[in-house]
Design a protein around this ligand. Structure first.
Ligand code: SF4
Length: 427
């Protein structure tokens, strides 16, 4: 796919006075990422625009048969550029490139096409990727920056997972969100360029976060527990999933969103699976094994820190999830969220979140296969599974999506009431 225009690269000089706009995928994770980039000398702004105006901007510039996440991410960027809020001579845009076989590697070309259509080819495009793509850019993911990004990712996972386990039961409404806000500020302020967080520091901070959440006064009651899985953007982004988490909370549910760390390990592990399936150099395999070890070590510190207070449900590790899917789906199924999505559903069921919403964006073939396509097999293994796949696209109405989720919740409530009948009044 070519835009037939010379590409404008982000240069060292631009770093001083350019604002870099990034679309928002996972609010907590990307907020910390923004703080990280800014600590490293960039001026990054995280876009928080929402609603029909963003979708319309996406539809204006991206063909409507493209993956919905591409339409929204590009829509958010184009909406910002056309808002008049930015000096277009000093603004750059950033987009992720996965570097895999899925279309997420090509969103950048769609963005360049959109810029051309809007007469904005002079706006530099930065690719956020770990595959060595777009090497000419002066925006560099250095080793210290990457190490710090992984630490911040584990903090964001912790804030999200524990926040979701405490918020529905808090005695003083708003306390959980206040604590999350305080931690985001503290963690952002602690970032020191070129001095990534050491392992011991990471362990300490994760334990402190866990202890802080455990100290929030709660009143535990029986609530319907709902897991959310799906294509990574549709699962995390309230813009994409029509504020799904908020909706589930309004229905008096406890929500569980598995974190991003497992997905990151999955992406790295895929390189090893590629070598096993199709061959590759020993040196590459050694490097990938080293990376997996590094990430799984961080993951085990993360899980230990949740365990420490004995108050929270502790998710399974990546390797445990990998084991769960054995015999159900092959490890070679790795486009999109691949076998890991199936694994997350099995993991949620094993941890008491058998009611599941599977978010599927329009145009996403791989996740329809490993998500919706695996429901029958999952139910055969775990008949208790109560899964509803929900399609997200520019034309789908929120009411329709929420009504389908309500049907799933009705089944969940019936089961909960049968398991925990309300005490009968004494006469
Ligand atoms: S995972 Fe799905 S939505 Fe994402 S790029 Fe691939 S096909 Fe598109």
């Amino acid at each position: 796919m070519s835009t037939n225009e010379p590409q404008v690269c982000f240069t060292k000089e631009m770093q001083k006075d350019y604002t870099i706009l990034i679309p928002n995928m996972a609010p907590l994770h990307f907020e910390l990422l923004r703080a990280l980039f800014n600590a490293y000398g960039y001026h990054v702004e995280l876009l928080r625009s929402d609603g029909q105006a963003v979708i319309d901007a996406g539809l204006k510039y991206v063909h409507n048969d493209t993956c919905y996440p591409a339409l929204l991410a590009i829509g958010q960027l184009m909406h910002a550029l056309e808002s008049g809020a930015y000096d277009l001579e000093h603004t750059a845009v950033m987009i992720t490139q996965t570097g895999g076989g899925c279309r997420a590697s090509n969103y950048i070309h769609l963005l360049r096409k959109a810029l051309k259509k809007a007469g904005l080819t002079h706006v530099p495009v930065i690719s956020l990727n770990m595959s060595g793509l777009e090497k000419e850019s002066a925006f560099k993911l250095t080793l210290p920056l990457l190490k710090e990004a992984v630490a911040l990712l584990s903090y964001a996972d912790m804030l999200m997972i524990l926040g979701n386990q405490v918020r529905p039961y808090e005695v003083n409404p708003g306390e959980t969100d206040q604590l999350i806000g305080q931690w985001i500020q503290q963690l952002s302020a602690r970032i020191v360029p070129r001095r990534p967080t050491k392992f011991e520091q990471l362990r300490q901070t994760l334990s402190q976060i866990s202890t802080a959440f455990a100290a929030i006064p709660v009143q535990r009651t029986q609530k319907v527990r709902v897991g959310v899985v799906g294509e990574v953007y549709a699962k995390f982004s309230p813009l994409a999933n029509n504020h799904l988490e908020e909706f589930l909370r309004s229905q008096d549910c406890e929500v569980m969103l598995p974190g991003l760390m497992g997905f990151l390990i999955f992406k790295v592990d895929n390189r090893l699976e590629d070598i096993k399936l199709y061959g590759g150099s020993r040196a590459k395999a050694t490097l990938v094994r080293f990376l997996i070890k590094y990430l799984t070590n961080i993951e085990s510190v993360f899980l230990d820190s949740i365990r420490v207070t004995r108050q929270f449900s502790v998710p399974a590790s990546y390797m445990q999830i990998k084991e769960m899917v054995r015999g159900i789906i092959g490890y070679g199924s790795k486009m999109g969220e691949g076998w890991f999505l199936t694994g997350e559903m099995l993991e949620l069921i094993a941890h008491g979140y058998e009611n599941i919403v599977c978010c599927q964006p329009f145009g996403c073939l791989p996740n329809h296969i490993v998500g919706k396509g695996m429901i029958r097999k999952i139910k055969a293994k775990s008949p208790i599974a109560n899964i509803v796949p929900i399609d997200y696209d520019p034309g789908a109405t929120r009411v329709n999506q929420e009504n389908r989720i309500k049907l799933m919740l009705a089944v969940a409530r019936e089961r909960l009431e049968a398991a925990y009948p309300a005490p009968t009044a004494e006469v």
